[in-house]
Design a binder for this molecule. Structure first.
Ligand code: C2E
Ligand code: MG
Ligand code: MG
Ligand code: MG
Length: 282
């Protein structure tokens, strides 16, 4: 991941170290003001139930539109927000906005959809995190079972005992928990027994080259089988072709997400997409 980040920066700016350091400082100062300047917005990428082909929810993905830099990828600024602690306020904004939006979907009758929110390490470790989740639910009036939180293995396992306690409390509230980027961490599988989770999101690196004759089929099959045995819903992310979707259906994967179904869309575009999908069942 660090490699990928570095790669991006070199493309955008000179590979001179000084320039990179300068850019980082500049980026940080822009990031500090981004919230108050209203430069963030959320995109929504639908989750499709593979059996019924219905949209059952969406993942909220943050976007930063800076007047000078243009759109900055979250892969670029979320790590910086983590390092600087700015993620705490940004995370609160994402949670609140996402819950409000999901509640609005319910109210305007475009389906009882779940909203899935990414949570990063620093944000999750904050002692105020549970309180912030409760506040976002209360302020929006969203039923907790319609909120899903996405945590990566490294986020959950950084401080496992503490994490388990927080996750249990979140589940007691009724919130759903997903393991994001499943299969890319270095941890043993034992945490699947010990941590309270509801969903596994198979990382898109296993889906990218998924074909009938690939090793990835064996891996995805094993993950789906294990997920079923553990009573977890299995979600595949990064589906880019019909062949992959059909293969996942054959493998009994529960939920699909990816460009083939829909790219992340802004609020209005997403709403339009949902309304159209309600008429055509996709
Ligand atoms: P993620 O949570 O694993 O999200 C999936 C990423 O894959 C998204 O990139 C999405 O746009 C992209 N994607 C979806 N379908 C496809 C596909 O079919 N092919 C390909 N090649 N890519 C696909 P995005 O939006 O740039 O986000 C990148 C990462 O930034 C996310 O990975 C997540 O870790 C983080 N992130 C995004 N929004 C937030 C947020 O609100 N809070 C936090 N803490 N992290 C966020
Ligand atoms: Mg995610
Ligand atoms: Mg992911
Ligand atoms: Mg990812």
């Amino acid at each position: 991941q660090a490699k990928k980040l570095g790669g991006n920066r070199v493309k955008f700016y000179s590979n001179d170290m000084n320039h990179q350091a300068m850019f980082r400082i500049e980026l940080e100062s822009y990031l500090r003001k981004a919230l108050e300047k209203n430069e963030f917005f959320l995109c929504y990428q639908p989750f499709i139930d593979i059996q019924s082909k219905r949209v059952i929810g969406a993942e909220a993905l943050i976007r930063w539109d800076h007047p000078k830099l243009g759109l900055v990828s979250p892969a670029e600024f979320i790590p910086l927000a983590e390092e600087t602690g700015l993620i705490t306020d940004i995370g609160v904004w994402v949670l609140r906005s996402a819950c409000l939006e999901a509640k609005r979907w319910h109210e305007i009758g475009i389906g009882d959809m779940t909203i899935s929110v990414n949570v990063s390490a620093h944000q999750f470790q904050q002692p105020t995190f549970i309180q912030e989740v409760k506040k976002a639910l209360m302020a929006s009036g969203l039923e907790p079972s319609y909120l899903q939180l996405e945590l990566t293995e490294s986020v959950m396992l950084r401080n496992a005992t503490y994490s388990i306690a927080v996750m249990k409390e979140l589940q007691e509230l009724g919130v759903q928990l997903s393991v994001d980027d499943f299969g890319t961490g270095y941890s043993s599988l034992s945490y699947l027994r010990d941590l309270p989770i509801n969903n596994l999101k198979i990382d898109r690196s296993f889906i990218k080259n998924l074909r009938y004759d690939s090793k990835d089929v064996a891996i995805v099959h094993a993950i789906v089988t294990m997920g079923k045995g553990l009573n977890l819903k299995v979600i595949a992310e990064g589906i880019e072709s019909e062949e992959q979707l059909q293969l996942l259906e054959t493998l009994s994967c529960d939920v699909a997400q990816g460009y083939h179904l829909s790219k992340p869309r802004g609020q209005e575009e997403f709403e339009k997409f949902i309304k159209e999908s309600l008429m055509s069942f996709i």
